[in-house]
Design a protein around this ligand. Structure first.
Ligand SMILES: Nc1ncnc2c1ncn2[C@@H]1O[C@H](COP(=O)(O)OP(=O)(O)O)[C@@H](O)[C@H]1O
Ligand SMILES: O=P(O)(O)OC[C@H]1O[C@](O)(COP(=O)(O)O)[C@@H](O)[C@@H]1O
Length: 319
């Protein structure tokens, strides 16, 4: 029997627990011995590694976050600590590693693979959906559904109280969550880092809408834009003439129980990861593209900066 380990690194997402559950069950099915590494690369360095079985993953498929913890590790940036991590894996005869994380985590995995040749596979996992080479990252659908539910609730007050709401989504420098949420919630305004904006460009249109009876506005802004949402609220009050509030959604976007789609994607990502490691894919990231699931080298995925799909960006013009 070969030994295989899984860890979560970077921001947690809803979908990690279903992936961890299936990782254990599919590994056992393939005659592999599964191990958890707790708290990301920190656990690799601290030897916080444990052999696991079915009972360790029962009752977690519906839970957000990750049972095995996630972390950002400064120490893993240092080759000396990566050597310690490798020694810990060697001591347990673990020669395959699955990492759920974002592009930062994959850069770490790439360095680890290049130095120590441990068979490695990355599963894209970040609510930001900002990893080059894959159209989908685990956790995005759950985050979008939390955002949609939140906007629907805020709309109740916006429409009852005749207000403009400026709702800020996460995403770091990527506007994906804000853009999809704006399109699917019928927002009147969407501001994302990928498109520079001048808020005064919207003045005539919004005043016309008010003159034609518009009673409230929903504005979705991504956290990466270069304007304070409070400033935008002030502009709505002073220029458009409507009472305004700001709502920063924050970390509720990362939590909550995983959607069916994320549970299914977790299942498929894990199948591809383990099959790839048992086959010829020794340093890959599972990417979901228009052609389905494909293996790309970690190098390829981390080697280019992420760019938002131009077709999606074009849709912004109609918001
Ligand atoms: N160049 C690198 N070399 C080694 N480890 C790295 C490198 N870049 C990132 N990492 C590791 O990956 C962790 C997660 O990266 P981060 O960018 O915070 O999150 P994400 O994976 O979500 O993008 C970092 O805390 C660090 O431990
Ligand atoms: O939880 P923290 O450390 O405040 O980080 C917040 C950041 O993490 C995210 O939620 C997810 O980012 P990663 O998946 O890249 O770690 C971003 O959208 C947000 O900017």
């Amino acid at each position: 029997m070969s030994n295989i380990a899984i860890l979560c690194s970077g921001g947690d997402v809803s979908g990690m627990n279903p992936a961890i559950k299936h990782f254990v069950e599919y590994s056992l099915k393939k005659d592999l011995t599964p191990f958890f590494v707790y708290n990301g690369y920190e656990g690799l360095i601290d030897n916080d590694i444990q052999e696991v079985s079915y009972r360790d993953v029962s009752g977690i498929i519906n839970r957000g976050g990750t049972k095995i913890g996630s972390a950002r590790s400064k120490r893993f940036m240092n080759p000396e600590y990566r050597q310690i991590a490798k020694d810990n894996l060697d001591a347990l005869n673990i020669n395959m590693l699955v990492v759920l994380g974002g592009d930062g985590s994959f850069r770490g995995l790439d360095a680890f693979y290049k130095e120590h040749s441990i068979k490695s596979c990355g599963i894209p996992s970040t609510i930001d959906n900002d990893i080059h080479g894959t159209d989908y990252c685990l956790g995005v659908d759950s985050a979008l559904n939390i955002i949609r539910t939140s906007i629907d609730a805020i709309r109740d007050t916006a429409s009852s109280f005749n207000r403009a709401f400026i709702i800020e989504t996460m995403g770091r420098d990527c506007g994906y969550l804000a853009l999809i949420s704006a399109l699917t919630s019928g927002a009147e305004l969407c501001l994302i880092p990928e498109r520079e904006h001048n808020i005064s460009d919207y003045e005539d249109n919004f005043k016309t809408q008010m003159a034609h009876g518009r009673k409230y506005f929903i504005a979705i802004v991504s956290e990466g834009i270069k304007q304070d949402p409070q400033e935008i609220a002030k502009w709505f009050e002073e220029t458009i003439g409507i009472e305004s509030r700001v709502s920063i959604l924050g970390h509720i976007q990362r939590g909550g129980n995983p959607t069916s789609y994320d549970r299914l994607m977790a299942y498929k990502f894990v199948n591809y990861a383990i099959d790839g490691l048992l086959g010829s894919h020794t340093n890959s990231v599972i990417c979901y593209t228009k052609d389905g699931f494909i293996y790309k080298s970690i190098d390829e995925v981390t080697g280019s900066a992420f760019k938002l799909d131009p077709d999606l960006l074009r849709l912004l013009e109609d918001v």
